[in-house]
Design a binder for this molecule. Structure first.
Ligand code: NDP
Length: 240
C-alpha cells in the first residue's frame, strides 16, 4: 500500500529534502508551499512531485487543501509540519506583526494541519505526524522571541498530540534541527554565522538531507513505538 504524505514547506530547503526522501521510500508525496511559485514549479518539474499552494497559517485553507488531497488521492497517512519562517528582531524592535506572523505560520500552522489530518488517521488507526521545531526553540536565541516561542510551543504541542494519538495508532514526534544550510539562514551575516559554527561541536552546519533521514525514520513502520519524542539533529550543539 502506498502511503500518502503531505510535507508543508516541502518545495525548498529542508522540506525539499524531506519530500525527496519520502518519495525515494515509496510514499506518494504532496509538497505544500506558501508563495514562491517559481521555486515550486522548478521543484515539481525536477522531481515529479505534486505541489500545492496554500498558507498553513490559514485554518480554513488547510482544511480545504487536505480535503481536496484526500478526495483525489486517498487519506493522508503522513503529515510533516515543516513550513516555517523567521522575522528576527530584538524585543526592543520587534513589531506585533513580526511576532504574530511567526506564531501564526510556525505554530498555529501545525495545529491547522494536524486538525485537518488527525481525524482520518484516527479512524484508520495509523498515522505519523512529525513537527519540525528548532534548536532555538530548545535553547532560545537573541532576536528570536517570536521564533523561539513558536518552536518551543511545537515541542509541547507534539507531546500532547502524542498522548491523544497513542491509543489509536497515531504517533507524533518532533525534530529539532540545528543550523542547516538553507536560504532561511541567508539573512544571517557571515561573521555571525562563523561564530555560530564555532559553537557546533562537529564544526559545521548540517545539510537538509541529514534532517530528512530523521523524518523518514520517524514516519516509517520501524518507528511504531516512538511517540512524543524530540529528535535533535544539531551536530551536538544542544544536548539537553
Ligand atoms: P526555507 O526558508 O528554506 O523554506 C521554507 C519553506 O516553507 C518554503 O517551502 C516556503 O514556501 C514554506 N512556507 C513559508 N511560509 C509558508 C506558509 N505560510 N504556508 C506554506 N508554506 C510556507 O526554510 P528551511 O528549509 O530552512 O526550514 C524548514 C523548517 O526547518 C522551518 O520550520 C524552520 O523553522 C526549521 N528549521 C530550520 C533551520 C535552519 O537552519 N535552516 C534550523 C532549525 C529549524 P515558499 O517557497 O513558497 O516560500
Amino acid at each position: 500500500m502506498t502511503r500518502i504524505a503531505v510535507v508543508t514547506g516541502g518545495t525548498r530547503g529542508i522540506g525539499e529534502a524531506i519530500s525527496l526522501k519520502l518519495k525515494e521510500k515509496g510514499r506518494h508525496v504532496i509538497a505544500n508551499y506558501g508563495g514562491n511559485d517559481e521555486a515550486a514549479r522548478a521543484f515539481s518539474s525536477r522531481t515529479g512531485i505534486d505541489v500545492r499552494k496554500w498558507d498553513v497559517g490559514d485554518h480554513q485553507a488547510c482544511l480545504d487543501a487536505c480535503a481536496e488531497i484526500e478526495a483525489q488521492f486517498g487519506p493522508i497517512d503522513i503529515l510533516v509540519n515543516n513550513a516555517g519562517i523567521t522575522r528576527d528582531a530584538t524585543i526592543m524592535k520587534m513589531t506585533f506583526e513580526q511576532w504574530d506572523e511567526v506564531i501564526r505560520i510556525d505554530l498555529t500552522g501545525c495545529f491547522n494541519m494536524a486538525k485537518a489530518c488527525f481525524p482520518n488517521m484516527r479512524t484508520r488507526s495509523w498515522g505519523r505526524i512529525v513537527n519540525v521545531g528548532s534548536v532555538n526553540g530548545q535553547g532560545g536565541q537573541i532576536g528570536q522571541v517570536n521564533y523561539a516561542a513558536a518552536k518551543s510551543g511545537i515541542h509541547g504541542f507534539t507531546k500532547s498530540l502524542a498522548m491523544e494519538g497513542a491509543r489509536v495508532g497515531v504517533t507524533a514526534n518532533a525534530i529539532a534541527p540545528g543550523y542547516i544550510a538553507t536560504e532561511m539562514l541567508s539573512t544571517i551575516p557571515d561573521n555571525v554565522m562563523e561564530k555560530i559554527v564555532e559553537q557546533i561541536p562537529v564544526g559545521r552546519m548540517g545539510q537538509p538531507e541529514e534532517i530528512a533521514r530523521g523524518v523518514e525514520f520517524l514516519t516509517s513502520d520501524n518507528a511504531s513505538f516512538i511517540t512524543g519524542s524530540t529528535l535533535s539533529i544539531n551536530g551536538g550543539q544542544h544536548m539537553y
